[in-house]
Design a protein around this ligand. Structure first.
Ligand code: PLP
Length: 387
């Protein structure tokens, strides 16, 4: 049986895969089972921050693998602590909880926000969380419910309660759904799966002011936007605000599974022994990989991310079929006259791997993609869009 046939036979049928089997990669270039090469403009959905098989990352991971692959959270370990210190310095947050995915990071944020509210107000009804329409927060039951798209709420019920939805970029709507039972709001600064839609600066500023006056916890979901993706370490830094909680995952460990719930000043002591936990969380091998990624994302590196994003935008600006380009840094959404899925399928034939987000083509290339690779990828993408 081929890989494709075995996959169909033994893997749960949750993914509509493209007819490509990726077997290896180097930098931003992936190779399939026939040796055909592709420039990867999706990084495994924003995960491979430094591309495939980055030398420094492999060295960090393998060195740790040769020392200690796992122990339990009953004992202290070094890499997670080093990573947490780095993340706090770069984010302005105060403490980290480590899990294994974006959904888990958001679960932790939901729990922490509710516990903060209960500890402080002793009102078990003050538990409601406002989320934005068109958002995406994960696939667990709670994070599905937190996802502000009705299509995610049709099966798998009953869901956890306590989520209400408000239109993004409409502060009046936000104000009108907010009541004294609300303990938190969660939002992506740029909605990723929802179509690469950045929030308006004025909306964000008003929500922050409104929430801080009422002690409503602001959670920013930086699962996709975090770790340098938008040209800042975290996307909220493009908005000059500091949330109470920031969650991240995807790109944080350069290709290994990790989710982080970063707690700000208000919530740094909210979680207590036994109130939350994870067997695999803070795994030393993954944390060592993450340290090697995070420590290299400095201001100089971030300014390159911005420049590469500008380069992509300038190439798209010359396309007759491009209607709009949204996003920041290397998280971009392209609206064209054509069907996004057809554009992606054609690009794959020609050796480029882009993503889609709703009706847009979505680009999330490795942050360290070379101009040579970027140029080749944009030659093909612009050709397919305009042909
Ligand atoms: C991908 C994503 C998630 C879910 O992350 P998983 O690791 O798949 O659980 C949550 N929020 C946002 C904004 C995402 O892009």
């Amino acid at each position: 049986m081929t890989v494709t046939e075995k996959d169909k036979k033994f893997i749960a049928n949750t993914y509509a895969r493209f007819p490509v089997t990726i077997v290896s990669g180097k930098g931003a270039t992936a190779k399939d089972e026939n040796g055909k090469e592709y420039i990867d403009m999706g990084s495994g959905i924003g995960v491979n921050s430094f591309g495939y098989c980055d030398k420094e990352w492999i060295e960090a991971v393998t060195a740790q693998l040769n020392k200690l692959q796992h122990t339990s959270n009953l004992y202290y370990t070094e890499p997670g602590v080093e990573l947490a210190e780095l993340l706090c310095k770069k984010s302005g947050m105060k403490k980290c909880f480590f899990g294994n995915s974006g959904a888990e990071a958001n679960e932790c944020a939901i729990k922490a926000a509710r516990k903060y509210s209960l500890d402080k107000y002793n009102d078990s009804d003050r538990n409601v969380i406002i989320t934005l329409k068109q958002s995406f927060h994960g696939r667990t039951l709670a994070t599905l419910k937190a996802t502000g798209q009705d299509s995610f709420h049709t099966i798998f019920g009953p869901f956890p309660e306590g989520f209400i939805y408000s239109e993004a970029n409409d502060f009046d709507a936000f104000e009108s759904v907010c009541n004294d039972k609300v303990c938190a709001v969660i939002m992506e600064m740029i909605q990723g799966e929802g179509g690469v839609n950045p929030l308006d600066k004025i909306f964000v500023k008003k929500v922050f002011e409104f929430c801080s006056e009422r002690d409503i916890i602001v959670i920013t979901d930086e699962v996709q936007t975090g770790n340098g993706r938008t040209g800042k370490m975290y996307a909220y830094q493009n908005y000059d605000i500091l949330p109470d909680i920031a969650t991240t995952a995807k790109g944080v460990a350069g290709g290994l599974p990790m989710g982080v719930c970063m707690l700000g000043e208000k919530l740094k002591d909210t979680l207590t022994p036994g109130s939350h936990g994870s067997t695999f969380g803070m795994n030393p091998v993954i944390a060592a990989g993450a340290v090697s990624i995070i420590k290299r994302i400095d201001d100089k590196f971030l300014s390159e991310v911005v420049k590469k994003g500008e380069y992509i935008k300038s190439r798209l600006g010359n396309c007759k079929n491009v209607k709009s380009v949204s996003g920041m840094g290397l998280m971009l959404g392209i609206e064209t006259e054509k069907d996004a899925k057809e554009v992606v399928a054609k690009c794959i034939e020609k050796g480029v791997l882009p993503l889609t987000a709703k009706t847009k083509i979505r680009l999330l290339p490795p942050l360290n993609i070379t101009y040579d690779e970027l140029e080749k990828a944009m030659d093909i993408i612009t050709e397919v869009i305009d042909e």
